[in-house]
Ligand binder design. Structure first.
Ligand code: CIR
Length: 252
């Protein structure tokens, strides 16, 4: 069970962040409303949500997931693979330091938290445009020191590992086709989302409910059929900036 979440409000220059999506400019007011809904849903799961104010130096700052890898034993502050996002982690570290021992990814290594998929005591580390092998091995060593196993997974068709595969409880994963056949994941029950619904592979399973981006009925219905308590969250404006449900919070 998670007790805490850290989130950061999108700022007025949110639309100046990095994106590869070709879905138009996000509407700021709508993004704020969607962010509020997201925080409300977390609060309804008994989570104490720390909401950081936006920082205009960091248009992508609301995507806090990338700034830390948090376990019950330590918080690893990352060093983003997106140069313009380096520095976002300082505000996150300040909050986490009150709860957990801090570890750090050191230069020149880079790691984005979105590349880390935790399943029980095992951490899958995506090797992507944002997380390099040196970063992965630094992270693996830190995790090992704290008693966790890890392994790497190549990521090429999506931004981060969790863009394409997320844990949704028990032995279940939601994933895109590209990850379904990977040897790392064949031992799991995989809900493979239809190719046109790739975005909905990024679900957030938290304290017994499964958050799904709104508008992906096939994924929503498939999860409900598997017995999930599904909550739909409007994500259209974050999707325009390549962000998904997991990206908007750090849970611990
Ligand atoms: C970026 O490109 O860094 C942001 N626009 C989106 C980050 C999404 N984060 C995530 O998938 N963990």
């Amino acid at each position: 069970m998670f007790r805490h979440a850290i989130v950061r409000k999108p700022g007025p220059n949110f639309c100046d962040g990095i994106t590869t999506a070709d879905l138009g400019r996000p509407d700021y007011e709508r993004a704020l409303a969607q962010h509020e809904q997201y925080c409300r849903v977390l609060g309804e799961q008994g989570i104490n949500v720390t909401i950081l104010e936006a920082d205009d130096r960091y248009p992508d700052g609301c995507f806090v997931e990338d700034m830390a890898v948090v376990t019950p034993r330590c918080a690893v502050i990352t060093r983003s693979g997106a140069l313009v996002r380096q520095g976002e982690e300082a505000a996150i570290e300040q909050v986490l330091a009150a709860y957990l021992p801090i570890e750090r990814i050191e230069p020149p290594a880079v790691v984005d938290g979105g590349d880390i998929l935790q399943i029980a005591d095992h951490f899958y580390i995506g090797l992507s445009r944002r997380t390099d092998p040196v970063g992965a091995s630094q992270l693996a060593a830190i995790l090992k020191k704290h008693g966790y196993e890890s392994s790497t997974v190549p990521v090429d068709s999506v931004l981060h590992l969790q863009t394409g595969v997320t844990w949704v409880g028990g032995r279940q994963l939601a994933c895109i086709e590209g990850f379904a056949a990977r040897s790392e994941f064949v031992g799991f029950d995989r809900l493979v989302v239809p190719p046109q619904d790739d975005y909905s592979a990024n679900c957030l399973h938290v304290n017994g409910v499964t958050l799904v981006p709104a508008g992906f009925d096939a994924t929503r219905d498939a999860l409900a059929k598997l017995g999930h308590r599904v909550v739909e969250v409007e994500m259209s404006e974050f999707r325009k900036m390549d962000g998904g449900l997991t990206c908007l919070s750090i849970l611990f």
